[in-house]
Design a protein around this ligand. Structure first.
Ligand code: CP
Ligand code: NVA
Length: 301
């Protein structure tokens, strides 16, 4: 499997080092890997360390399975064991891991931690979710939209909910692929204005205005990992922002529903929305695997 013709940024921390060409190459490679249900020996003998401070179903599993499909191996390192920044400093963890493994995927509370890992380790580092960004999720989102609509240019995606890490990565990638994003958040939960500006995104506090005739409606939890202490306040502040049948009825006739999962049912979405006919949520989850394979092939081969 040729990953050789791709330009290779060293890391995937966010999309700031990526241009249209690199992003499209990743998506194209993921499409090919998916079509071929690819399994091979490209990463034979290569080992990826998964350094996770937070729980995960999709990210951990898809990265581990991707390494198996590519002939390599993954080692899961629980924060309770490693104690990154507690038992020993981030720099020391980086300078040890680079001697043992070929790449690091890190899920961290503070984005600065994954940046410090990339700064100090001479091996590729992938952000497997931080408080600021979730680029692996965005790749799966883009692949899903591309499959449903045949392309990305000019699609209108409505984001309803929290201006969080998942939205930030979507906004970073959107202008690279010609995606238009409309964002509806409660007051005080808007995304970084610089990202909104660069993406040319439309901002509102009215979920209906964002959803009207959009090609996709995307939401995520109101309380992200690490924000649990704010849950009661957030439940009040986000009232009226739930994705349900009424909101989904406003979409474009072919409009779809996306959610990165896990879902907090009864909060940001109903069960009917996730399991209903407009939902592409589980295709989106499956695409985490194919896009993870594309990332690992590109960075580790
Ligand atoms: N969407 C996502 O990243 O899921 P996990 O938290 O289960 O990895
Ligand atoms: N915004 C959520 C995404 C989970 C995949 C969180 O950070 O917890």
């Amino acid at each position: 499997m040729a990953g050789d013709t791709l330009t290779r940024p060293k890391d995937l921390l966010d999309f700031s080092a990526y241009g249209r060409k690199e992003l499209e190459a990743l998506l194209h490679l993921a499409e090919r890997l998916k079509e071929e249900r690819y399994r091979g020996e490209d990463l034979r003998g290569k080992v990826l360390a998964l350094l996770f401070e937070k729980p995960s179903l999709r990210t951990r599993t898809t990265l581990e399975v991707a390494m198996v499909h590519l002939g390599g191996h993954a080692v899961y390192l629980d924060q309770k064991q490693v104690g990154i920044g507690e038992r020993e400093p981030v720099r020391d963890v980086a300078k040890n891991l680079e001697r043992f493994v070929d790449g690091i995927a890190a899920r961290v509370f503070r984005h600065e931690t994954v940046e410090a890992l990339a700064q100090h380790a001479r091996i590729p580092v992938v952000n497997a979710l931080s408080d600021r960004a979730h680029p692996l999720q965005t790749l799966a989102d883009l692949l899903t939209l591309k499959e449903v609509f045949g392309g990305l240019e000019g699609l209108e995606v409505a984001w309803v909910g929290d201006g969080n890490n998942v939205l930030a990565s979507l906004l970073e990638a959107a202008p690279l692929v010609g995606l238009k994003v409309r964002v509806a958040t409660p007051k005080g939960y808007e995304p970084d204005p610089a990202l909104v500006k660069r993406a040319g995104a439309f901002l509102t506090h009215d979920p209906k205005e964002a959803a009207f005739r959009a090609h996709a409606l995307y939401t995520d939890v109101w309380t992200s990992m690490g924000q649990e202490a704010e849950r009661e306040k957030r439940l009040k502040d986000f009232r009226g922002f739930q994705v349900n049948g009424e909101l989904l009825a406003l979409l474009h006739p072919q409009g779809i529903f996306l959610h990165c999962l896990p879902a907090h049912y009864g909060e940001e979405t109903t069960e009917e929305a996730v399991h209903g006919s407009q939902s592409r949520v589980f295709d989106q989850a499956e695409n985490r695997l194919h896009t993870a394979k594309a990332v690992l092939l590109t960075l580790l081969k």
